[in-house]
Design a protein around this ligand. Structure first.
Ligand SMILES: O=C(O)[C@@H](O)[C@@H](O)[C@H](O)[C@H](O)CO
Ligand SMILES: [Mg+2]
Length: 402
């Protein structure tokens, strides 16, 4: 089998997505997600201008060799653009291999390790009352785990709380939206949000919370300690993770489980966190961490230290990434949980898929490959539209982490 063609499909059904399609001389094709929120065209160019010319004529079954070729052959290693491009190629090649073997991808990885993939979704409210009503709606849908975010008194815009309409962090504009952040009101408010949640919903429901990189390590330690009475499933991205050692300070003060990694793109971003057991869940996922080939290495390292997977699954990761992740989640021995924010209907229409949700669990489906396709004609109806993730500043104007 030989790769005869490969190209990117940029489409924007509800939000921007970049999809790589690899076609072979035996008519089998595979697709991979190459979406990097706010920097989509950088990955599209990396693939179209630099990677695809090197793929034509290759044997698509040589997944590992192609991964090593693209990683070592670029000379300039790692980073979100490079690793998202490699991920897209890798995912498409695993899709081809599983289709050629006429089996769902999870079988190729080693078969199912569980009956279903437990997922969580986002309950966001402008205040505690609205957030609780949204939790009730997701509980009604059957979710066993729900992430809870709410507006913070005194702050106009807060991560995770949309101003009406469906939640989509990337805003269509020619420059990023700016929002103001203040830590003190947030630290005072967060425990009240989870006290209200436990009071109303009791203890059977898994509750999660995303700090979204906004605290210093000692502030994150304080938050983790304050949330201990409410037994969270995890406190996510408590502090920026470039300095992995900083998480030691959090661990010294709190037993609230910690999850991080959605912005990671290689095993080197999380090696110390995992080996020193500074986290409980690793969030790096297929589209940004080099694809299935590299993510298997991250998950294997994590298993040695009883760290579990908790893959990122926001709506800016396409259904292609979700489909591949669900096959990975079905197989991986040290599975924790899968984020599932539920894509917009127009997104699901462009990306027909075999996966399904039932009673709080997802199932990848039995279609050969990862079970997700792209309707190229429909995709053409949604042209790319410049969009940026917001930036955050403190009250004195200092840049902060959004
Ligand atoms: O955990 C999450 O889902 C968030 O951190 C994401 O929604 C994140 O804000 C977006 O993926 C950024 O593009
Ligand atoms: Mg997050």
């Amino acid at each position: 089998m030989r790769i005869t063609n490969a190209y990117c499909i940029v489409t924007s059904p509800g939000r921007n997505f970049v999809t790589l399609k690899i076609v072979t001389d035996e008519g089998v094709y595979g697709i991979g997600d190459a979406t990097l929120n706010g920097r989509e065209l950088a990955v599209e160019s990396y693939l179209t201008d630099h990677v695809i010319p090197c793929l034509i004529g290759r044997d698509p079954h040589q997944i590992e060799d192609i991964w090593q070729y693209l990683y070592k052959g670029a000379y300039w290693r790692r980073g979100p653009v490079t690793m998202s491009a490699i991920a897209a190629v890798d995912t498409a090649l695993w899709d081809i291999k599983a289709k050629a073997a006429n089996m769902p991808l999870y079988q190729l990885l080693g078969g199912k390790s569980r009956d279903g993939v437990m997922v969580y979704s986002h309950a966001n409210g402008r205040d505690i009352e609205e957030a609780m009503d949204r939790v009730a709606q997701y509980q009604e849908k059957g979710f066993k785990a729900i992430r809870v975010q709410a507006g913070v008194p005194g702050l106009d815009k807060v991560y995770g709380v949309p101003k009406g309409g469906s939640y989509e962090p990337a805003i269509r504009a020619t420059t990023p939206d700016e929002s103001l952040w203040a830590t003190e009101p947030y630290l005072d408010f967060a425990p009240k949000l989870f006290e209200a949640a436990r009071d109303r919903f009791g203890w059977d429901l898994h509750l999660l919370h995303d700090v979204h990189h906004r605290l210093t390590p000692i502030e994150a330690a304080r938050l983790g300690k304050a949330l201990e009475p409410y037994r969270l499933f995890w406190m996510e991205d408590p502090t920026p993770a470039e300095n992995q050692e900083a998480f030691k300070l959090i661990r010294q003060h709190t037993v609230t489980p910690v999850a991080t990694g959605e912005v990671f793109n290689s095993i080197h971003d999380c090696r110390e966190l995992i080996q020193n057991q500074l986290i409980d869940y690793i969030r790096a996922t297929i589209v940004h961490a080099g694809g299935i080939t590299h993510l298997r290495r991250i998950a294997a390292l994590a298993e040695l230290y009883q760290v579990r997977t908790g893959f990122h699954g926001a709506t800016d990761l396409s259904p292609v990434c979700m489909g591949a992740a669900l096959h990975f989640d079905s197989w991986v021995p040290n599975f924790g949980i899968q984020e599932y924010m539920i894509h917009a209907p127009e997104t699901d229409a462009v990306f027909p898929h075999a996966y399904s949700f039932k009673d709080g669990y997802m199932h990848p489906g039995e279609a050969p490959g990862h079970g997700v396709d792209i309707d190229e004609e429909l995709a053409k109806k949604y042209p790319y539209t410049q969009a940026y993730l917001p930036v955050a500043r403190l009250r004195d104007g200092s840049m902060w982490d959004w």
